[in-house]
Design a protein around this ligand. Structure first.
Ligand SMILES: [Zn+2]
Length: 349
């Protein structure tokens, strides 16, 4: 069925057209307006409205590059439905290379926000009412915090069948069934019955090529799953993701200089030595051991740690050995595959 024009922020996009809508976020002290640019790719044929957004934490950059590559794909010309892509939601944080807003609030704790509240509440409200409310499905792109990287993983509320199906379709081997936190975009989307998944991969303020490729592939997989893109002629190898039963953080038991001995994605055995924390001045050293078996899904990268600092994030699975093999095969497959985007043709006018 042919689509009708798509309206967003007072702009009408005709079927088969794409545009960038400048959403006015706020004004700077200098009276300079600050906008959130929103890409709208509106297909000729009717279909779902998929929102893909990144940098709701302003220093989480992998998603910005993932969206850039998705928008350059030639298959966007044959899209069914509408892609609404927001490469940078927290434009303030992005400018300052910061996770937060200028008032030190976390935008991803401000939802649903309000029209008359603080800066964070107003931005959340604008995003919710003008952008999220127009979507039928959503993918929110994140990375680990500064000095902390995540193995590519999906976080989603698997109790919702449509969300669970999207999480599986994304195609990464690891899913963490995570509870909804108050004030997150994911929480308001779920409350409105908009299936939403979070992709977590890599570290803040860094580009990680594997995480970016996995993300681009994941979004195209989701678009295929939703019928927005046609199926591949030769279907690729589909991974059946494993869902973590739970996850724990292993913390530093003393202050000092930390060395990690395990790589992200590695299989961890109970009592395994994960790293060491030593004094920079003496031979004094302690081992960091794992309290359980699992897969390493997140890790601290900064060698300077204080007691209590989260060092290793371990996800627990029933079939750890099998999951570890799947993660390794998957990562090797991504690295070996031909470049996803750099050879892509430029965006058609
Ligand atoms: Zn984040």
């Amino acid at each position: 069925m042919t689509a009708t024009p798509f309206e967003l922020g007072g702009v009408s996009v005709a079927p088969g057209q794409r545009t960038i809508v400048e959403m006015p976020a706020a004004q700077l002290y200098t009276q300079t307006p600050l906008n959130i640019p929103v890409h709208v790719v509106h297909g000729r044929q009717k279909g779902p409205v998929l929102l893909v957004c990144a940098a709701i934490h302003g220093d989480e950059l992998n998603g910005v590059e993932i969206i850039r590559r998705v928008l350059r794909m030639s298959s966007m010309k044959r899209l069914h439905g509408t892609l609404v892509a927001v490469p940078v939601v927290n434009v303030f944080g992005f400018i300052h290379k910061s996770r937060y807003l200028p008032d030190r609030r976390d935008l991803n704790r401000c939802f649903p926000g309000s029209e008359t509240g603080s800066l964070g509440a107003r931005m959340a409200w604008l995003f919710k009412t003008q952008i999220l409310d127009r979507a039928t499905h959503a993918v929110d792109l994140h990375t680990g915090a500064v000095y902390r990287s995540n193995q590519p993983q999906i976080r989603a509320n698997l109790e919702s069948p449509d969300t669970a199906a999207m999480a599986e379709a994304f195609g990464v081997p690891l899913i963490l069934n995570s509870v909804l936190r108050d004030g997150t975009l994911r929480e308001v989307a779920e409350a409105q019955n908009i299936p939403v998944i979070t992709y977590e991969a890599g570290e803040a303020l860094r580009f990680d090529e594997t995480s970016i490729r996995v993300g681009v592939r994941g979004i195209t997989n989701v678009m295929r799953h939703l019928g927005m893109l046609s199926e591949r002629k030769a279907p690729g190898h589909h991974v059946k993701p494993a869902v973590a039963g739970s996850s724990i953080w292993v913390r530093a038991e003393r202050d000092g200089v930390f060395r990690s001995l395990v790589a992200l994605g590695a299989r961890i055995k109970k009592d395994q030595i994960l790293g060491r924390i030593s004094s920079p001045f003496t031979a004094d050293e302690i081992e960091v051991r794992s309290p359980c078996a699992g897969i390493l899904v997140g890790r601290d990268n900064l060698p300077l740690v204080n007691e209590g600092e989260a060092l290793f994030h371990i996800a627990r699975f029933d079939e750890v050995k099998q999951v570890a093999q799947q993660v390794e095969d998957f990562t090797n497959g991504i690295v070996d595959a031909d470049p996803v985007a750099e050879n892509d043709p430029p965006i058609a006018p």
